[in-house]
Design a protein around this ligand. Structure first.
Ligand SMILES: Nc1ncnc2c1ncn2[C@@H]1O[C@H](COP(=O)(O)OP(=O)(O)OP(=O)(O)O)[C@@H](O)[C@H]1O
Length: 640
């Protein structure tokens, strides 16, 4: 969303030797994104602490930063020389009416302008490169950190808000760490050179005009707070608009099915109105500030001209001196303004830093084990023996444990069916196996080694997860399958697709395996996507498989097409199937019935059935449901 304020995206080096209008200082940079509701608005990091946290990202580029600062210095120097030469030209060539006196100062002025242009170009383009590199690095770091977050992190942060943090807040921090530094250096050199030159020309006049400088500071102070407030409101609305659009597009089928288009449009309009109000308010405030500064500048120039006229009338100053002096003052105020706004830039960036640190400091739920195990040679493929011992787990911020004292084991190649009422903790147990979470107490072991002692990459190569909603990458069908085992050949991909009963429908697509699919694609049905996910899992060839409701949400016929490939996938692997559909339980080596986070019953299907407990009741309910759908229940028929 465009910001209403003119943006100073790139650090600029002042270089024009003399222009019809003095360069203006940049307006305040965009304020950072507002905190998401409920996250609090108080800054937790000081500007210095925020700077220290992000400054290390400039490592490797600091030599270039020094070069940019050097360019800024040379540009200010060239500007100073140009103004002095302009004064000389006025006095020698113009006032005296001598063409001969024109060439010398004109050539020197041109040389200064060319030098200014060259260093300005070099400085500005390098600064732009450094700024974008910083943004790129920071964004990559935040993105990589976000990708390590546990599932509950994404439930607590709206996706739109995370997108805003990865874009707007990252840029706000860049304004402090790179652009801010370059602008500060450029402004300091500008103030120094133009100020010294003005003092050198007429120290008394210079001091008189310097007295007016605090007016800029007062104006900046008066407006900065309000500007920041409306800018923040704009960012809040910005984030909300992104979230509304993203949520509506993500749930477009639901929106249409429940005729929620109007409601969604209303939601968007509400946020867009808030954004518009803030945007217009910001534009008004910004314009008022700019115009006030213009008036102050005019006041300063008039004061100089007034004093100059008095000095010329008393023969204490030449016209050339006065014009040079006025030019210096014109050039001097923008860097003064720029320095005044630096505080604003930094405090705005600090709020962005706050939001980003909120994400960066969120600890990943799991980390690789410390020590040499990760650096050493990759451990061999696991056999697939699983031991879950007395595991207890509570989701962060929730009062009751989702799992309490859960224990069971599975030998390589065994099939364990995990069932139980809704909310019993089945999916939570599944999430512990690829280590999305670590248990608070107890241990999960693979071939006798605690999962926390295995390198994460190795563990996830050995434990394949197939969830109810298949993962779809925005890529070709081939890549969607091959990501199960990077480097797989086309033949291996096709063989996996055949085993998953996907080859025929993939081959029938207009571009076959090269057909591009995307999340929420309508090109493939739910069952077809699930078969692509099965092909991926077959290619991965992990010894442990976790299937979380793999056929839920599919109609009976589609589920039937999925069951056969699933069986091929499960063959020879330790498989944990989380399901409410108990037909598979008859084939299981072990059935685990969870209730309220505890193992209520465990054993074989027939033993549990004769026990007459929770499992028997669940089976009876399931059988009743099957009878009701018996004529069309293809899965039942296939399995029977
Ligand atoms: N991210 C989360 N944060 C907090 N609590 C959660 C989270 N995910 C699940 N829970 C809670 O943990 C408990 C177990 O949930 P889980 O999803 O494991 O149950 P389930 O047996 O898989 O249910 P279902 O069969 O409906 O999928 C529930 O009380 C649930 O509300």
């Amino acid at each position: 969303m465009a910001n209403a304020y003119p943006r100073d995206d790139q650090p600029t080096v002042q270089l024009r030797a003399l222009s019809s209008r003095p360069p203006r200082a940049g307006t305040p940079p965009p304020a950072p994104r507002e905190e998401a509701p409920g996250e609090g608005t108080a800054s937790r990091v000081s500007p210095a602490a925020a700077f220290r946290r992000f400054w290390p990202l400039t490592r490797g580029d600091r030599g270039l930063l020094v070069l940019v600062c050097g360019c800024a210095m040379l540009a200010a120097l060239a500007g100073t020389a140009g103004i002095l030469l302009f004064g000389r030209l006025t006095d020698t060539a113009l006032a005296a009416g001598s063409v001969g006196a024109f060439w010398g100062p004109a050539a020197a002025w041109l040389a200064a302008a060319v030098l200014g242009a060259v260093v300005g170009y070099a400085g500005n383009t390098t600064a732009a490169w450094l700024a974008e590199r910083f943004v790129m690095r920071l964004r990559e770091r935040v993105f990589s950190h976000v990708l390590k977050q546990p599932p509950h992190f994404f439930q607590r942060h709206r996706h739109g808000d995370l997108v805003e943090r990865l874009t707007g807040d990252v840029e706000a921090i860049e304004h402090m760490a790179v652009t801010g530094v370059v602008q500060a250096v450029a402004a300091v050199f500008g103030v120094l050179f133009y100020g010294i030159a003005a003092l050198w020309l007429r120290w008394d006049l210079a001091l008189a005009t310097f007295l007016l400088a605090p007016l800029f500071w007062v104006a900046a102070r008066r407006f900065s707070g309000r500007l920041r407030a409306v800018s923040r409101q704009e960012r809040v609305a910005d984030g909300a608009i992104t979230s509304v659009v993203e949520e509506a597009l993500g749930n477009v089928a639901l929106t249409q099915a429940y005729n929620r288009q109007r409601a969604e449009e209303k939601r968007l309009r509400r946020e867009a109105r808030a954004w518009m109000r803030a945007s217009v308010g910001g534009a008004r405030m910004n314009e008022a500030y700019e115009q006030l500064v213009e008036v102050i500048e005019t006041l300063c120039v008039l004061a100089v001209i007034g004093l100059g006229a008095w000095e010329i009338s008393a023969d204490r100053m030449s016209l050339g001196q006065l014009l040079s002096f006025a030019a210096f003052i014109g050039y001097l105020y923008p860097p003064v303004r720029s320095l005044g706004q630096l505080g604003l830039t930094v405090s705005a960036a600090t709020a962005g830093a706050d939001r980003l640190l909120d994400v960066l400091d969120a600890p990943p739920a799991v980390t690789d084990p410390a020590g040499p195990s990760c650096a050493g040679p990759a451990p061999r493929r696991a056999h697939g023996r699983l031991d879950v011992q007395n595991v207890t787990f509570t989701y962060p911020g929730t009062p009751t444990p989702a799992l309490s004292g859960v224990s069971f084991g599975a030998r390589p190649g065994e099939l364990v069916v995990i069932t139980g009422p809704s909310g019993a903790g089945k999916s939570t147990l599944a999430a512990l196996l690829p280590r999305f979470y670590d248990p608070d107490a107890g241990a999960v072991r693979l071939d006798g080694t605690p999962l926390s002692a295995l390198p994460l990459a190795h563990l996830r190569e050995n434990v394949a997860l197939l969830s109810q909603r298949p993962l779809v990458l925005h890529d070709t069908v081939r890549e969607n399958i091959a990501c199960g085992r990077p480097g797989a050949t086309d033949e291996e991909v096709a063989a996996a697709a055949r085993a998953a009963d996907a080859h025929d429908f993939v081959s029938a697509l207009p571009e076959g395996y090269d057909t591009v699919i995307a999340p929420h694609t309508t090109r493939l049905s739910g069952g077809q996507l699930q078969r692509i996910a099965i092909a991926r899992a077959i290619l991965r060839d992990a010894p442990v498989l976790v299937l979380d409701e793999p056929t839920t949400g599919l109609d009976a016929l589609t589920a039937h097409r999925v069951v056969a490939p699933l069986r091929r996938l499960m063959a020879g692997r330790t498989t944990l199937v989380i399901t409410h559909d108990l037909l598979l339980a008859r084939d299981a080596d072990q059935v685990l019935v969870l209730d309220k986070g505890r193992v209520a019953e465990a054993g074989t299907h027939s033993r549990l059935l004769t026990g007459g407990g929770l499992y028997a009741r669940l089976w009876a309910l399931d059988a009743e449901g099957r009878r009701a759908t018996a004529p069309g229940d293809a899965v039942s028929r296939v399995r029977a």
